[in-house]
Write a new protein. Structure first.
Length: 402
């Protein structure tokens, strides 16, 4: 009997067939839910100026949002094992809409950071949707289904930056968050119509759900390895994206938020690789994919360290960085979702909480690296973090056991 079965006492739910329409709706919902974390990134300098704080503090807007998301993952994501999934997603989306309105109306920088924090806490529907898709998909299609949904997720992350950059340029950053609130109401309607119901897999109370996380971590070496490697990958990823806007706005380059947002469209190339990564995860040894993807991220920062003062160098680096992160995340999630079917939300909670602790740390490290070392400091930080992830992966069987 597995640890999850011991603590939950629930069997895997009966699998239901998933048509393309359901998978597509899940990808769309993930895209717009996660986009809320990233709208602020191309607008951070503009937001800081508007509220009268130094531009060097702009990175703390992204850090507050991602810190909130990390806490939301840790405290709210396990509820996906305890409650019917569709109704839970709808309730969270309603609260998220309120938080987005609060950001659009924030009169001071302190209140903006507070509202941004709660946007992060509540932007977690994707972390109910992805385990839901893993439960409904057949084992031989699980990697492919996750790949399609993760393609939507990455499209949301990168498309959010492009969309927000354009809206901020012509209508201001407050308009962007008002539009985001309207979008979430529409997405909630899509969830209500297109998502199937999926009953709870556990009858544990909230406290027992939270206490079961540590035994899951201790029982699964694959979970420990995949989680730590992915956390360092996302930390490196966020070092770049947190500092891209101030780097582009620096006197050396002199570009505004619309150009920073357009880099999101360039990064959409990485989203196209997500479905490929998902199919590969069903066919190729996962460790080969993850190792290659981590090496690609190291190479991306090396390239941008040398040619980051040129737009063409940044473009090439963004593409390599996004492909690398997708290879790490999709393959890692495919591995962990195969571990304990009745505890998928809790397994995903462990993975994604550590993932966003890595991402939040990367945002803070990137902000400090930019303040004290400029673009060279950012590149060194990215190389260091992605290299640690690569070393952890290579030494994984010895460090974590099997």
């Amino acid at each position: 009997m597995t640890v999850a079965q011991t603590v939950a006492g629930a069997a895997e739910p009966v699998r239901r067939p998933m048509g393309f329409g359901t998978v597509f709706a899940m990808a769309v919902a993930c895209a717009f839910a996660v986009a809320n974390i990233y709208y602020n990134q191309p607008m951070m300098v503009l937001m800081a100026r508007d509220l009268g704080v130094p531009e060097t503090s702009a990175g703390f807007i992204a850090t507050a949002t991602q810190a909130g998301y990390t806490i939301g993952l840790a405290l709210l994501a396990p509820l996906g094992d305890r409650f019917e999934r569709r109704s839970l997603i709808l309730r969270i989306m309603l609260l998220l809409t309120v938080a987005l309105v609060a950001v659009s109306l924030a009169p001071t920088f302190a209140l903006l950071l507070t509202a941004s924090f709660f946007v992060g806490v509540l932007s977690i529907p994707a972390q109910y949707i992805i385990p839901m898709a893993a439960a409904l998909a057949s084992p031989e299609r699980r990697g492919s289904v996750i790949g399609v949904i993760m393609s939507g997720l990455l499209t949301g992350i990168l498309g959010a930056r492009a969309f927000a950059g354009v809206i901020a340029e012509f209508a201001g950053w407050r308009a962007m968050f008002a539009i985001a609130a309207i979008i979430m109401v529409l997405v909630a309607g899509l969830v209500r119509v297109a998502f199937p119901k999926l009953d709870a897999t556990s009858s544990l109370g909230y406290g027992a759900l939270m206490r079961s996380l540590l035994p899951l971590w201790q029982a699964e070496p694959v979970l420990r390895e995949a989680t730590l490697v992915a956390a360092f990958a996302f930390a490196a990823f966020n070092v770049f994206w947190t500092t891209l806007t101030p780097h582009l706005a620096s006197p050396e380059l002199g570009y505004g938020p619309s150009v920073a947002g357009l880099f999101g469209l360039i990064g959409l190339f990485g989203a196209l690789t997500a479905t490929v990564a998902g199919r590969l995860a069903d066919r190729v040894r996962p460790r080969i994919i993850v190792g290659s993807a981590m090496a690609l991220m190291v190479a991306a920062f090396m390239l941008m360290g040398v040619s980051g003062h040129l737009i063409v160098g940044l473009v090439a680096g963004v593409i390599l960085l996004d492909i690398g992160l997708q290879g790490v995340q999709i393959t890692s999630q495919t591995r962990i979702f195969a571990l304990q079917p009745d505890a998928r939300n809790r397994v995903n909670t462990i993975f994604m909480t550590a993932y966003f602790i890595g991402g939040t740390s990367g945002s803070a490290i990137g902000t400090l690296a930019w303040q004290y070392g400029g673009w060279a400091g950012v590149s060194i930080a990215g190389i260091a973090l992605s290299s640690v992830g690569l070393v952890l992966h290579l030494l994984g069987p010895r460090l974590f056991g099997r």
